[in-house]
Design a protein around this ligand. Sequence first.
Ligand code: ARG
Length: 268
Amino acid sequence: MSRKRTYLICPPEHFAVAYVINPWMDVTAPVDTELALKQWDGLRETLVRLGHDVHVLPAEIGLPDMVYAANGAFVVDGTVYGARFKYPQRMSEAAAHRRFYAADAGWRFVAPSETNEGEGDFAYLPGPGLVLAGYGFRTEVAAHAEAQEAFGRPAISLRLVDPRFYHLDVALAALDDDNITYFPGAFSEPSQRVLRQLFPYAVLADEDDALAFGLNLVSDGRNVVLNAEASALAAKLAAVGYQPVPVELSELKKGGGSVKCCVAELRP
Ligand code: ARG
């Protein structure tokens, strides 16, 4: 069953691969900003067509990764846990997101003391009321405890072990209020065991699905918006009753992200 969502996205007006902070980034590979904008607009239109509320955060000059709006904060039940980026190149993005939430008195903002990259490393399952939290590359495990205190929801720490899958949201995604899809190989053996215990009915993705950025998806409970290259994962999801909605986002892959990285979910 789909549920209407509220999303925050940021246009890739100043998108570039200007530095290397993940294995996907290559400063020598040319980036077509115009194509990136066109593809991003396709994503925006898709979310609107599916009936969701979409807010747009203005892009800022000098912040080439700002298009990856998921990293700017993590929002659960009206509480906004602010981001604190690991790398100096992205640090100012947190303030831009904070200003967005400050403009609406409906949000309660919790400033972070610990390094965390927002929804890039956090996911929320409203059914069991669980926060899933990644660590190993960007977000510090201490931020998981900070998030748990901010939301009053249990945070389950999951250790990422493969640098290609440096954020939780490239290795795991919520499909609906209760279930997830993930690539086990991105996690340590004990964390895989935790995931098996909590989500016995999860849709398991393979390495090719993950490398195609298939797990970097946005689902409204039924419609699953995902990178068009991830056709094998789309078929797996369709087989268990979800409606895959492929979008073309090849330019943004050059920065190391796809659909989910570009979309922050605002949970009022
Ligand atoms: N170039 C960005 C970085 O390495 C990509 C961020 C992708 N965002 C995400 N939510 N996984 O920080």
